[in-house]
Design a binder for this molecule. Structure first.
Ligand SMILES: [Zn+2]
Length: 281
């Protein structure tokens, strides 16, 4: 049973609580953190999906070559990491075109910065479909202070353009929602980032097993900057500091644990091998 490993490839200054806080020249750490990421994946001999922030490629074109050399999937994570809440259809369309011309091809997958796909930003689905995308992985099916759609499906589905929580078999675009642990009336977000750092790795493993028992792949993610011990720490408010940097050093340990216990691949590979099924068999 394969699960799906995704990397949100961005700089340490892209996350929502950090951006606009850097007054001075921003230190570029991408080469270091990308190397750490690729090394980790190579050690476990697996392929992952990289959701890449466009402006990184503009500054460092060589990062695309490094990802391609190791045969990972390249997907899109917004041009400047601007959430969909701050964009419109025209702006997203322009971002996609700019990214495609930078990488010299169209990609199949999209992840909205800050998981900002919800019913207010469902206009993005038409743009993605018209731009040739095959899937989206932006829905966080639990409510968190910053994002999340608490009643969205928790297994891969074709999503309705009228309501992101509804399935539509005639739709073209697949949705790969992020992993949550379901307890009777509660959904605990455990897929990655702060939530994977905050909760125990055993809870994440339990959530993966629960899905796999139903024949469903779990979708997890991490950020390259979470693997970099020198990620700059900014002075933020107490809450924002906690969410952004809490237990950063544990990310690689937890990932090591999960990558050893479970099998993972990229979303593209998974879709290829499940092209004739409903993605969950
Ligand atoms: Zn991101």
């Amino acid at each position: 049973m394969f699960n799906l490993l995704t990397v949100d490839l961005e700089e340490w200054y892209h996350p929502e609580y950090v951006k606009n806080k850097t007054l001075f020249r921003k230190e570029e750490r991408i080469q270091h953190s990308l190397k750490k990421t690729l090394d980790l994946l190579n050690q476990h001999n697996l392929k992952a999906t990289f959701f890449v922030v466009g402006e990184l490629v503009e500054k460092h074109p060589e990062i695309i070559e490094s990802i391609r050399e190791d045969d990972h999937e390249i997907a899109f994570h917004g041009y400047c990491h601007e959430p969909l809440w701050n964009l419109d259809a025209e702006a997203l369309c322009a971002e996609i075109k700019k990214f495609n011309s930078l990488i010299g091809e169209k990609c199949a997958g999209f992840r909205a910065p800050s998981f900002s796909l919800d019913n207010k930003t469902k206009w993005a689905l038409k743009v993605l479909e018209n731009s040739g995308y095959q899937y989206d992985s932006s829905l966080f099916p639990a409510k968190t202070p910053l994002y999340g759609v608490w009643n969205a499906p928790t297994t891969p589905y074709k999503l309705s353009h009228d309501n992101v929580t509804k399935k539509d078999e005639n739709a073209k675009l697949w949705e790969f929602p992020l992993l949550v642990y379901k307890l009777k009336f509660i959904r605990v977000p455990v897929a990655g980032g702060f939530y994977m750092r905050f909760f125990s790795v055993n809870l994440v493993a339990k959530a993966i097993k629960k899905l796999n028992q139903q024949g469903v792949p779990a979708i997890i993610f991490f950020h390259n900057w979470e693997l970099d011990p020198q990620t700059p720490r900014l002075k933020l408010g107490l809450y924002r500091y906690f969410v952004t940097y809490h237990k950063l050093k544990e990310t690689s340990k937890k990932l090591e644990h999960l990558l050893s216990e479970f099998q993972f691949t990229s979303i593209k590979e998974y879709m290829k091998s499940h092209a004739r099924t409903n993605m969950t068999q």
